[in-house]
Design a binder for this molecule. Structure first.
Ligand code: TEU
Ligand code: CA
Length: 539
C-alpha cells in the first residue's frame, strides 16, 4: 500500500490577512495578528495555513496585485514578521502556504515600470503587448473586473493585456527570462521555510492571446511542469493551483500522482451551478441540488488514485458557505455542521475559510460600505446599463466577495474584537451572537464540531483512501454517500433541508457506530431532523 503524503491527510485553513486580526489598531489585519492567534488555530487542529497574498502591493485587488514578490507589504508587517510567523507556526506543527499570483503583477512592479517605458526596454517582453491605434482594441477580450482587457500605453504605441484590473497587467510566460525570474523568487521562498504555495489563476498562464484562448492554453502544462521541476520538487511541499476551467481530465495532469505538476487544484464546478449558463456569477439561478451532488460524484470518482481533490465550499471570493448552501437564520448551527460533515467526509484535502468554523454569514451593506473592486465595478457598470438597483443589490448580497471579507468575529466587544481602531471594512453586525469567544466555551458549537471532524480525519484512514459511492443520488433533499476501503466502510448522511425526512436505509447501516453527528442522539434509523447530518461507521 502506498504511503499517503502529508497533505493528503491534512486540513488546511485559509487566512485572508487583512480581515483576520489587527495587532496595531490601524484597522487592517497583519502578520503579528496571525502570530497572536496561532494558539486558536492549533486548538482547532489544522495542519497548514494558506495565507492570501501579503507581498508588497498597492492593494488595488487586496494584494492580488503584487509589486514586489520578495517583500512583505508594510500594512501586514516586515519580512522578519513573516520569518517569525513561519517559525512560530512550525513550533505548533503548522505549515505556511503562500499565495503566488503569477499570471499578472501590479502595474507598479519595477518590471512593469520598465516595460512600459519603450518597446526596446529589456523588461518590455515580460508582459503581453499588441500593436494598435488608440481607441481600437486588438480584440474583444474582456477583463474579469469589467471593461476591455486592453490598456493603451502612448509611450510604446501599444496595448497591454490585463485579464483582471487595469492595475494587474498579465505576465508573458513565453519569455524565458520572466520564467527564470519567477523560479528564482519561488526558490527564495522555499529556502525561507514555507510549506507550499497556492497558485492564483494558474490555468491562465499558458494563454494563446492571438486566438483569444486564455484558460488551458497550449503551453499551460509545459510551463507548470517546468516550474515544478525547477522549484516545488526540491522540497516536500503542498501546491494547489486555482483552476476555474479544470475538468477531471485536466486534473489528472495538474495533480498527477507522479508529482510532475502540482499536488491538487481548486476546481469550481460545484460553485457555479446557481448562475445562469453562459452569464456572469451575478445572474442568479436556482440551486440545482441533484446536479450539485452529481458534480461531487464525478470529481470524487474520477480522481480516485489518479489525482487528488481539494474540498471546499467557500473562500475569499465566494459567499459564506452557510448562507450559500445552508440556512443562516433559524438552523444556522445545524446547517453549518451539516455542510462541514458533507465536505469533510469526502476524499481530498479539506480547506476551511476563516470564520467558516464559526458559521459566519453573508452580510447586507449599503453600497458605500463595500470595498471590493469586482463588486464596485459591476455595480457601476450595471447601473450605467440600466439594471434595477434592487436586482444589483440582490446579486451582491448573494455573491459579492465582501461577504467573505468582513472581519473575523473574535468576541462581542467593539468591532468584533478584530481591531482597536477603525476596521478597513465594517463588521457583520451579528458578531455579538456569532463569535469565537462564545464558541470556544460552548462544547456544542460549530467550532468544536470542526475540531472533531479534523481529529476524525487523522483517526479514520478510510476518510483518506476510501472509494466514494453515492447513495440515493436522485434524492431531492438528502446528500448521502459511502466511503470504503479493504477494511472499513463509512456512511455519510446529510439532510439539506429544514423539513424532516424519512428514508428506508439498508439494514447493514442500522447497527453502525455514529462517529459524529450534529444532534445529540442521531441514529441511522432513517429519520432525519432539520439539517441533521451524521457519519456512521458500518464496519
Ligand atoms: O480569482 C480568480 C478569478 O477568476 C476571480 O475573478 C473570480 O472569478 C471571482 O473572484 C469570483 O467572484 C483569483 C483570486 O482568488 C481573486 O481574489 C483575485 O481577485 C483574482 O484571482 C485576480 O488575481
Ligand atoms: Ca494592522
Amino acid at each position: 500500500n502506498k504511503q499517503a503524503k502529508w497533505w493528503q491527510k491534512a486540513v488546511i485553513y485559509q487566512i485572508y490577512p487583512r480581515s483576520f486580526y489587527d495587532s496595531n489598531a490601524d484597522g487592517i489585519g497583519d502578520l503579528q495578528g496571525i502570530i497572536q492567534k496561532l494558539p486558536y488555530l492549533q486548538e482547532l487542529g489544522i495542519d497548514a495555513i494558506w495565507l492570501s497574498p501579503v507581498f508588497r502591493s498597492p492593494q488595488d485587488d487586496n494584494g492580488y496585485d503584487i509589486s514586489d514578490y520578495q517583500d512583505i507589504d508594510p500594512i501586514f508587517g516586515k519580512l522578519e514578521d513573516m520569518d517569525e510567523l513561519i517559525a512560530e507556526a512550525k513550533k505548533r506543527g503548522i505549515r505556511i502556504i503562500m499565495d503566488l499570483v503569477l499570471n499578472h503583477s501590479s502595474d507598479e512592479h519595477p518590471w512593469f515600470l520598465e516595460a512600459k517605458k519603450s518597446k526596446d526596454n529589456p523588461y518590455h517582453d515580460f508582459y503581453v503587448w499588441r500593436d494598435g491605434v488608440e481607441g481600437k482594441y486588438p480584440n474583444d477580450l474582456k477583463a474579469a473586473f469589467c471593461g476591455p482587457a486592453w490598456e493603451w500605453v502612448p509611450e510604446c504605441g501599444q496595448y497591454y493585456l490585463h485579464q483582471f484590473s487595469v492595475k494587474q497587467p498579465d505576465l508573458n510566460w513565453e519569455n524565458p527570462a520572466l520564467r527564470k525570474a519567477i523560479y528564482d523568487m519561488i526558490n527564495w521562498w522555499i529556502d525561507r521555510g514555507v510549506g507550499g504555495f497556492r497558485l492564483d489563476v494558474i490555468d491562465l498562464i499558458g494563454k494563446d492571446t492571438d486566438n483569444c484562448v486564455m484558460a488551458e492554453g497550449p503551453m499551460l502544462h509545459p510551463f507548470i511542469r517546468e516550474m515544478s521541476s525547477n522549484t516545488f520538487q526540491r522540497a516536500d511541499l503542498v501546491t494547489v493551483g486555482e483552476a476555474w476551467s479544470a475538468t477531471p481530465e485536466r486534473a489528472f495532469l495538474y495533480s498527477n500522482p507522479d508529482g510532475s505538476e502540482l499536488s491538487m487544484v481548486f476546481q469550481f464546478e460545484h460553485m457555479v451551478l446557481d448562475q445562469q449558463p453562459g452569464k456572469e456569477k451575478w445572474d442568479l439561478a436556482p440551486f440545482p441540488f441533484v446536479e450539485f451532488k452529481k458534480v461531487f460524484t464525478k470529481w470524487q470518482q474520477s480522481l480516485y488514485q489518479k489525482g487528488w481533490n481539494s474540498l471546499f465550499l467557500d473562500n475569499h471570493d465566494l459567499p459564506r458557505a452557510v448562507s450559500h448552501f445552508g440556512n443562516d437564520e433559524k438552523y444556522r448551527v445545524e446547517s453549518a455542521k451539516m455542510l462541514a460533515t458533507m465536505i469533510h467526509g469526502m476524499q481530498g484535502t479539506p480547506y476551511i475559510y476563516q470564520g467558516e468554523e464559526l458559521g459566519m454569514t453573508n452580510v447586507r451593506f449599503d453600497i458605500e460600505d463595500y470595498r471590493d473592486i469586482e463588486l464596485l465595478n459591476m455595480y457601476k457598470e450595471r447601473m450605467e446599463n440600466g439594471y434595477e438597483e434592487q436586482d444589483i443589490m440582490r446579486s451582491i448580497y448573494a455573491k459579492g466577495r465582501d461577504n467573505a471579507r468582513t472581519p473575523m468575529q473574535w468576541d462581542e466587544s467593539a468591532n468584533a474584537g478584530f481591531t482597536a481602531g477603525t476596521p478597513w471594512i465594517r463588521c457583520n453586525p451579528n458578531y455579538t451572537v456569532i463569535n469565537a469567544q462564545e464558541e470556544l466555551v460552548d462544547q456544542d458549537s460549530i467550532f468544536h464540531y470542526y475540531k472533531k471532524l479534523i481529529a476524525l480525519r487523522k483517526k479514520e484512514n478510510v476518510l483518506v483512501d476510501g472509494w466514494y459511492e453515492p447513495v440515493m443520488e436522485e434524492d431531492e433533499d438528502v446528500f448521502a454517500y459511502t466511503r470504503e476501503n479493504d477494511t472499513e466502510k463509512l456512511l455519510v448522511l446529510c439532510n439539506f433541508k429544514e423539513q424532516p425526512q424519512t428514508r428506508i436505509l439498508p439494514e447493514e447501516w442500522k447497527n453502525g457506530e455514529v462517529l459524529i453527528s450534529n444532534y445529540p442522539d442521531s441514529s441511522a434509523g432513517g429519520n432525519l431532523r432539520p439539517f441533521e447530518a451524521m457519519m456512521i461507521k458500518v464496519r
